[in-house]
Design a protein around this ligand. Structure first.
Ligand code: ZN
Length: 271
């Protein structure tokens, strides 16, 4: 956002530099420094100001357009939003359903569409924005690759936490060793995730045909593949077999099946 754009947005909002500063929780010299170009405007403030100016501009144009206001929407705005996520979603849905059919609302929406460009991005916190971008990129990947990335990230985060825990206890590895541990963990996590994800993409469609039971079987098979992928390489190391006593294997398989049933119930169950 340039200094001129900021001055324009502030004028649209009808605020002095001091008033704008107070509204966004900053001091007047900061806003003045943004406007004379001596200080860069941080992006999350820019997005917030541009969005509010865009709303104010459209509202002012609507007010002078002569289009009647919608009494239903006025009542909706005056009513207190309900408590609880479900009720709030329903509250918003009611507005959307109304706006789609109400002649006043559609006329006003058409007026805004014809006279203004699309609304700028919503002001959302930078962390939420970053997560949303990452989530969007993740959704476009094929399933097996998505699970690979998630597996790598999950094991990576757990390893960082473990290293941090050791470091707090004064037993932390050297930075080079810590980096080595982290990279190793990410590779293992990616490998385990890939095996689980590939299993999913192979068995999901055939098992979908047998209904609810197939959803649970998918969970069980994915967990078993994941466990096998985790245990087999270690088992083949002669000096450190994962199962010194192979009689533990059935217990592990049973435990894995239980976890698989839970995953199948939570993630794969047909809705
Ligand atoms: Zn309406």
């Amino acid at each position: 956002m340039s200094a001129e754009e900021l001055t324009r947005a502030r004028t649209v909002l009808g605020l002095s530099p001091g008033e704008l500063a107070a509204e966004i929780g900053l001091t007047e010299p900061v806003v003045r420094a943004w406007e004379d170009g001596s200080l860069r405007i941080p992006q999350h403030y820019a997005i917030q100001i541009v969005w509010r100016a865009a709303v104010a501009e459209r509202q002012a144009a609507l007010a002078s357009s002569g289009l009647p206001e919608c009494a239903w929407v006025t009542r909706w705005m005056d009513s207190a939003p309900p408590l609880g996520a479900g009720a709030q979603r329903e509250h918003l849905d009611a507005l959307r359903r109304h706006a789609a059919v109400c002649p006043h609302c559609t006329a006003r929406a058409r007026f805004v569409e014809q006279n203004f460009p699309p609304m700028p991005d919503l002001p959302i916190p930078p962390t939420v924005r970053a997560l949303r971008t990452a989530g969007g990129a993740l959704k476009r990947l094929p399933v097996w690759l998505r699970v690979t990335v998630i597996g790598a990230m999950a094991v990576g985060v757990l390893t960082i936490l473990r290293i941090a825990g050791l470091a707090i206890g004064g037993e932390g590895p050297s930075p080079v060793n810590a980096l080595g541990l982290l990279i190793g963990a990410i590779i293992i996590g990616a490998y385990q995730g890939a095996v689980g994800g590939i299993t999913y993409s192979i068995v999901r469609d055939p098992l979908r045909k047998i209904g609810r039971l197939g959803d649970y079987l998918t969970g069980i098979l994915c967990v078993w593949a994941y466990l096998l992928a985790s245990v087999l390489p270690l088992q083949l190391l002669p000096d450190r077999p994962e199962f010194a006593h192979p009689d533990q294997a059935p217990a592990l398989a049973l435990g894995g099946a239980l976890v698989g049933v839970i995953i199948g119930h939570l993630w794969f169950r047909h809705r």
